[in-house]
Design a binder for this molecule. Structure first.
Ligand SMILES: Cc1ncc(COP(=O)(O)O)c(C=O)c1O
Length: 451
């Protein structure tokens, strides 16, 4: 039995038994996600996440509270509610102070916030034309476009660090990253690296990056600012600790692996760099009051997704070990399912086990003939439409091919998944292979970008 403090009218405090939510059962998990299409094997939690019905119910209550008396909601609930969510996130990620945590819509918004201040630094002469931004070759597509929009247009240079895939060790990443920074320093003595953009978990191919080590290298090489794009991290990666990682800026979505409805993310900005001119790209009444306050009102809109973080905490705490337990079991299960698939298909995983979290890259049989991005997208569409399997497919081009494998599936595991989802995928691919299918049989289409 747990106890909590109860304050009486006369000021005395006594312990009162607290009713803890009961541990969640398998049937309750099923019911929490009963809005999922039961006919689809949903192996792509990584792209859009999921939200249980109890959290959706709480979101609806916030929406109704607003609609019932909007002025009362605005003046008495909204700011307090967002501060409550920020306080929970601050504890979750071990930030130093709640002012370091702002809530925004998504990782794309957080990226715009960080890059916008870089643009101003170029325009205001704090950065010089030709100063560089370093990013991984596997940076997310929209982040690359944001760098182009905010940095390249302002006169900055972009350096991409190429990484091998499949990958066998963290050392390969650390070595490539260090070499890239040393090379810039050697070849361009007039310009500085102003910003490094490092993923915590790359999207495609999905690899857990040794982010703390890369941040340390940035410090050794005097990179001005480090931004970690950790769109997948919360609820997926074992240690998400702001003080330990030591980046200047860090963002994670809460709608991917932390059961929030779309769309909600946090951006952490280290207090010592708060003096950097950070602003929300949507300017409203709170401009100039600090990023967290600015972000808590960006005009009239629905803020309910930001207010359900306490309900999400209640939900995850019904699982053994809370969110840490969920992450551990998801990781163990996705590895088990990945190993089952590569054994069935005679292929290999794209990373060692410890370089994946709740997603893993699974080599597809080479006879499927995945020769370009279009083939990968067509196969994904075919699996959705004809087999009811939802899974992103990656075409791996260039050197370093292993065993003729050119395509990998990125499988996710979340609490709602069942072993039969992965068997369905296995059997679909086995059927295609046994029928002599190749991607050349499918018509061409334009590759989509959201994975
Ligand atoms: C690594 C990475 N960065 C950024 C994003 C963008 O996230 P959002 O669309 O929620 O802004 C994603 C989305 O999948 C991602 O995987």
């Amino acid at each position: 039995m747990a106890f909590h403090d109860q304050t009486h009218k006369n000021g005395t405090v006594s312990k009162k038994p607290k009713l803890l939510p009961s541990p969640i059962t398998a049937a309750e998990i099923q019911s929490e996600f009963s809005h999922h299409d039961p006919t689809v094997a949903r192996l792509n939690n990584g792209a859009f996440g999921c939200c249980p019905s109890s959290v959706l119910g709480a979101q609806r209550e916030w929406q109704l509270k607003f609609l019932r008396q909007p002025d009362h909601f605005y003046f008495n609930y909204l700011k307090k509610g967002i501060l409550h969510s920020r306080t929970i996130i601050k504890e979750l990620v071990n930030a130093n102070h709640v002012d370091e945590i702002s809530i925004v819509d998504n990782a794309s918004t957080a990226t715009a916030i960080v890059l916008q201040q870089a643009t101003w630094a170029f325009h205001e002469g704090r950065f010089n034309k030709g100063d560089a931004v370093v990013m991984l070759h596997y940076a997310y597509g929209s982040v690359k476009k944001a760098i182009e929009a905010y940095v390249t247009r302002a006169g900055g240079r972009v350096i991409e660090v190429h990484l091998p895939f499949p990958i066998t060790s963290e050392d390969d990443i650390i070595r490539e990253f260090r070499h890239a920074l040393e090379r810039v320093k050697r070849e361009d003595t007039n310009n500085k690296v102003r910003l490094a953009v490092i993923d915590h978990v790359t999207s495609m191919p999905s690899v857990v990056i040794p982010v703390k080590k890369l941040v340390d290298i940035c410090r050794e090489e005097s990179v001005d600012q480090v931004f970690v794009d950790a769109a997948h991290a919360i609820g997926c990666i074992p240690r998400v600790d702001m003080q330990e990682i030591g980046a200047d800026f860090y963002t994670s979505n809460l709608h991917k692996w932390f059961f929030c409805p779309s769309s909600v993310a946090f951006i952490y900005a280290r207090k010592s760099v708060n003096s950097v001119d950070l602003h929300h790209p949507v300017v409203s009444h709170e401009y100039g009051k600090g990023l967290a306050i600015e972000s808590a009102w960006i005009g009239n809109r629905d803020y309910s997704a930001q207010l359900v973080v306490p309900t999400v905490m209640e939900f995850v705490n019904r699982f053994e070990g809370g969110i840490e337990g969920i992450k551990k079991r998801n990781h163990d299960c996705v590895i088990e399912m990945g190993e089952m698939l590569v054994e069935a298909w005679g292929t290999h995983l794209g990373t060692p086990h410890h370089m994946s979290a709740s997603m893993v890259m699974v080599g597809l049989p080479s006879c499927l003939g995945i020769m370009n991005d279009s083939d990968a997208m067509n196969l994904r569409t075919y699996l959705r439409e004809f087999f009811k399997v939802e899974v992103p497919i990656y075409f791996r081009d260039g050197v370093g091919e292993v065993g003729g494998v050119t395509g990998y599936a990125r499988i996710s595991y979340q609490v709602y998944n069942k072993v039969k989802d992965y068997y369905k995928f296995r059997d679909a691919i086995n059927k295609l292979v046994s029928e002599g299918f190749t991607c050349a049989d499918l018509s061409t289409s334009t590759p989509a970008t959201v994975v």
